[in-house]
Structures are given as structure tokens and as C-alpha cells.
Design a protein. Structure first.
Length: 359
């Protein structure tokens, strides 16, 4: 039915995340900041002063060279809290790939491919109580289903009142995390963590906090969908504006309350998304942090078969379409029973990954 081709609009924003949802305050080991487009930190309006070429991370050749940011501003960033890890035992081996991965940089730069088994670990009929994710990765030009990825990932153990239509993902340099809203509520999310032993996303794995709150949301926050990311040692959650989908509200994680609080720790409460074409359908959107750049994605039109990419422009303080980014990226080869209503994105330190739910 669907040859799911989409083009992703990605905008790089610099947003620090606050705390990692672990209940003992322990933080998984962080990755070094690689060369890449400058991430201006919207928690305080200052830049993080990282500069250089966009991250050079493999996955085949690309005709689009990696743009560097034109951000030459310097300044101090506002650091978020250094405690509040959402797990006490976040797995450091939980990479949902079946072998070594090649890396595709969504700014256009790619490097050589390494080997690995790209076959799916989960096939066949879906049990009634099991929900599944389809996974793809950036191959140097497209987001390709099953590319250097486990194609199908089971989601297990969710509460009966899980809202499977409202979800987001992130990678915190130690774990792959998946979140769902509580059905009928806008102030509670359930946390699932990838278990490499079972190759499933499991509710409350290990010491992961099962439920996390969302507090202080303004009346204008549209909680019918949300996005999350982890960057610069901080966790953040985003909701679109009801009055203007070209604006996002920002929440940061407060370990003391185990909740995502609106504008917490100096987070800029609202950030504009600019210059995206009028055809953009913001009903499906996602965000990620990529070593030193923040990105925003949305379907390009109501057909959900095309998209575009931008990055955070510190000069304007906005997520700007096409800024230091490949403007258009296709999503290819996803199965016919893919639910194309929404998607999630993450960057695991090497790979850009895109997920959609199975119908």
C-alpha cells in the first residue's frame, strides 16, 4: 500500500537537556563533542562556541558536502543540573543494530561503511498485546528501512492505559529510550528502555523510572504529540504551540521532582521554527541532538511522503529550514503496514535513526 518515501525537514537547534531520568542521579558515560555545526544553547541564548565542519560520520557517498555553520559567536552556555539520571543501570551496550554500523551524517557528509548483519530479529505475526517499531537509518542520502538496523523492535510490558499514538524517543549516550503518554492525560509519560538481551523496548527496565511527570505546561501547549532529546548532558521535552505550529514549547527534566518542567533551569520557554515551506505538515515531527547540533524534523506535506531539513541559526535564534542542512531527505523502503501518522528520530553518537510504528 505504501512505499513509505518521505522527506524530512530537519532544523538544528541548540537546546541543553536537564538531567538523565535515573533515580540515583548517576549519569551514563557521555560522548565527546565531535566536530560539527555549532550548537547554540537556547537555555540562555549563549553559544557553546563549538565550530568546525559538520560531523563526518560514514554510510556511503553523498553528493551533498557537509555544510558548516556560520555561527562565529561565542559566549557561555547555561548548564543544566548535573544530577537526575532516569535510570540507575542504563545499559551501555543497548544498540539496536545487529552489527557494526556505518554512519550517515544528515548534513550530507558520509564516510566508509563497516560490516554488520542488517537482518531483522523479529518477524511474523504480531501478538495482540505487542506493539512494534520499524527502524531505519541514514544511508548517506536517504533514511532507509533496515539499513544497518534491526528492522522490527518489539515494545513490551506497557501499562493498559498507554497511549500508543503519542510517543517520542531519545538516546542518552548510554541507552535508547522510548516514551509514551498516559492515555487521557497530558501530564504523565511512561518510559521504556531498550534491552539488548531481548532486543525489545521494555517498560521500566532495570531501575528506570516507570512514570515521569510533565508540569507547568501553558494552555497553548499542544500535547497531542511531543518530541524529546538528550544533548549536552540534559534531557528535554517539547510540545508544539496550538496557536502556531511553527513554535515549540520547551520543558527540562527536574530530577528533584522527577518531572519535565516548563522553562526549567533557564530553558527558553518558546522557540520559533522558521522558513519552512507552507506545505509542511507539522502533524508528524521529531527532534534530535547530533553531537553538537540540535535538529527538528516534520513531514513536508499532507501526503507524508516528503520532508526537508534545517538547523538552528544562532543569528536568528530559530530553527531555520535549510540552514547548514540538506534541505530534503527521503525515507525509503518502509513496509506497507507502516503507520505514517508520526515518526521519531534520534542520533546514537554514530547513526541518525528514524522510527515509525507498525500498524
Amino acid at each position: 500500500m505504501l512505499d513509505v518515501r518521505k522527506t524530512l525537514w530537519v532544523a538544528v537547534s541548540a537546546v541543553a537537556l536537564s538531567g538523565c531520568p535515573d533515580d540515583d542521579g548517576a549519569r551514563p558515560p557521555g560522548l565527546g563533542m565531535g566536530a560539527g555545526s555549532t550548537g547554540d544553547d537556547p537555555t540562555s541564548g549563549g553559544t557553546d562556541a563549538i565550530s568546525g565542519s559538520a560531523s563526518n560520520s560514514g554510510g556511503g557517498s553523498s553528493s551533498t558536502s557537509a555544510p558548516t555553520t556560520d555561527d562565529s559567536d561565542t559566549g557561555e552556555t547555561t548548564d543544566g543540573p548535573t544530577t537526575g539520571d532516569l535510570t540507575t543501570g542504563s545499559p551501555t551496550t543497548g544498540d539496536p543494530t545487529t552489527g557494526e554500523t556505518s554512519t550517515g551524517d544528515a548534513t550530507g557528509e558520509t564516510t566508509s561503511t563497516s560490516t554488520g548483519d542488517e537482518s531483522s530479529s523479529s518477524t511474523g505475526e504480531v501478538p495482540d498485546d505487542t506493539h512494534q517499531l520499524y527502524q531505519g537509518a541514514f544511508n548517506g542520502s536517504d533514511y532507509e528501512y533496515g539499513y544497518m538496523s534491526i528492522e522490527i523492535l518489539d515494545i513490551t510490558g506497557g501499562p493498559a492505559d498507554t497511549d500508543w499514538t503519542r510517543w517520542a524517543m531519545l538516546n542518552d549516550n548510554g541507552s535508547f529510550r522510548l516514551y509514551f503518554m498516559q492515555e487521557g492525560a497530558d501530564d504523565t509519560i511512561y518510559q521504556f528502555v531498550y534491552n539488548p538481551a531481548t532486543q525489545d523496548y521494555e517498560f521500566g527496565l532495570g531501575a528506570a523510572i516507570d512514570e515521569l511527570g510533565i508540569t507547568g505546561a501553558p494552555a497553548d501547549a499542544d500535547m497531542s504529540s511531543f518530541a524529546m532529546l538528550y544533548g549536552q548532558d540534559e534531557f528535554r521535552l517539547y510540545a508544539q504551540s496550538i496557536s502556531d505550529p511553527l513554535r515549540v514549547h520547551q520543558f527540562a527534566y527536574n530530577a528533584a521532582t522527577q518531572s519535565y518542567e516548563y522553562g526549567f533551569d533557564g530553558a527558553i520557554p518558546q522557540i520559533d521554527v522558521t522558513m519552512f515551506p507552507g506545505s509542511t505538515d507539522f502533524a508528524g515531527w521529531g527532534m534530535l541532538w547530533e553531537n553538537d547540533a540540535y535538529r527538528f524534523y516534520a513531514f513536508s506535506d499532507s501526503n507524508h511522503d516528503a520532508v526537508a531539513q534545517g538547523s538552528y541559526n544562532s543569528g536568528s535564534g530559530d530553527y531555520e529550514w535549510g540552514f547548514a542542512s540538506i534541505p530534503v531527505i527521503d525515507i525509503i523502503d518502509f513496509p506497507a503496514d507502516t503507520n505514517t501518522d508520526d515518526f521519531a528520530m534520534l542520533h546514537d553518537g554514530d547513526e541518525f535513526r528514524l522510527y515509525m510504528m507498525r500498524e
